[in-house]
Design a protein. Sequence first.
Lengths: 388, 295
Amino acid sequence: MKIHEYQAESIFTRWGIPVSQGVLVESRDQIKKALQEIGGKDFVVKAQVHAGGRGKSGGVKLVRGEEECFKAVSEMLGSRLVTYQSGQAGREVRKVLIAQTVSIAREYYLAVTLDRQQGKGVVIYSQAGGVDIEETARTQPEKILKKYFDIVFGLSPFESREIAFALGKDTEFVKSMGQIVPKVCEIFTQLDATLVEINPLVVTKEGNLVAIDAKIDFDDNSLYRHPDIAALRDVLEEDPREVEAKKYNLNYVGLDGSVGCMVNGAGLAMATMDVIKLAGGMPANFLDVGGGAKVDQVRAAFKIILQDKKVKAILVNIFGGIMKCDVVAEGIIEAAREIQIKVPVVVRLEGTNVDKGKELLQKSGIQIVTADGLSQAATLAVKLAGKS
Amino acid sequence: MSILINEHTKVLCQGITGDAGSFHTRQMLEYGTPLVAGVTPGKGGTRFDEKVPIFDTVKEAVGKTGVNTSVIFVPASFAADAIREAADAGVELVVCITEGIPVLDMVRVKRFLEGFSTRLIGPNCPGIITPGACKVGIMPGYIHKRGKIGVISRSGTLTYEAVWQLTSRGIGQSTCVGIGGDPVLGSGFVDMLQLFEQDRETEAVVLIGEIGGEEEERAAEFIRARMKKPVVAFVAGLTAPEGRRMGHAGAIISSGSGRAEDKIRILESAGVTISRSPADIGETLQKVIQKVRVS
């Protein structure tokens, strides 16, 4: 789960990591009060969306004075921000963070994540912080340093010192950095984060270390034990189809193609997308109905797929194991009777009770094309999507 | 021969009285798996379906029945503890089916297991089957057939698809292992490849990978350096977008790493025969073993 920058900053504050004090506004009439609270004349205005790359896409603006600030915030609120991470449609900006500007002397990068292969935490740090960090990682990977640590023992003070000394020699700097690094690791382990990232972590001209951006992603599987974190979820930042799918325990990811798919199991769902591509088409989505899908889930899955206007054909691929093919067939028939499915549906069933399932589909009289093999099914679906 | 489980395996089910645990215990018993004990704390002294004795602790189950393998169905919030309990009681092989365990819990569990000889498969996996002998998991038994092909996979239904393609062609399997779809796993592809390479019954291996992590890359390294038996692979997720989790917690391309095309290229360069389409896994394997048998 992702959260907003302002929410991550409040977690940083709770842990004693210095952040640039900002105030969140959701409408124009909150700006004046916010500016009084912040004080000063120079401000930075930041769009709060769940997508990185804001700095390079107009989502972060430096402004001077109340009037400029008013203008920048007004323009941002309600607009759609397109970044390299947001997808083509971009994200609607519904919240804006206004903060004091900070006089930057140097910018650092500091992040903690999990190295899944080693099963260890990893602190990633660099003297080359800022908006170009991804470019740096590609072109000068030697500037990005890593230190692995044991999740059970946490980061030792000596390891924090090693990181701090690698980044600078100044005594005050090393001391402050040596305090921030373990706190970032603690947030990571104690809150079950999958990523804690500060980019940039700056040294101000006054010599203070301040986090002027904050990003924390959490492990969805751990949210049951962090109700306060779970409460930070902003469903408006998520694809409404994905939110709807979750209600029915379906795994849905929207994509750009024209062949909708409904599959049981995540691996088979991914493989089905691939086979659609090999057949010359593009999948409109990933959808895993799970191992024990019932009629109402199949119905919900169809509805969600059909909400996508790009979908020109649907491919249902079920390998019945524990889930029996006849039960799936009943679900399809019921869903087809209840909702108007105007695009062609290709169904490929295999496994437990496959003959019974096929027979049910054939007898039902609903417009369904049945296919035998996986590649035949995909070829048919792609062909039908091209026609309609 | 086979790997991990066979006719002599004695199985314990942790979480035997839960929905999934009881359903699959019946399925395993029906398949002929020697499932001889269950554990549900508080229900010790009773019997499951009037047959299988239930114990309060794994230690007790091991002491009284001599089980050497455990299959775990307990809910995600208790699963890490269940794995530790099994290891502590001396269970040799632990298969954790449970999906949704917090990833840092798994990191801690793996650290804990360092002091034990216990081998963990999973979590978030369909389990293991040695066709005709023993099923420790949730896969449909009847699609399998005893034979000489080892199957390893990070997925569930996609494995059934591949196995079905083999069985339909009359090609049987020595053992099929689902290592799981989570980012941190008890055992990896390399552990399984090692066992298959040593197993006298196994003639060739089918490896089914997917986007995310480095399991396939490690497997390629091992195959290049140590394996003589042929390997056929399919890697799912050529069309998966970056940064999106594709159902499995571990199936995610992050910052450009974990892509299907990179994994395919690396496996291919290690001498693995790639099935580009998931529909061709059985056929590809068939061609490979025919070639081996001829030469």
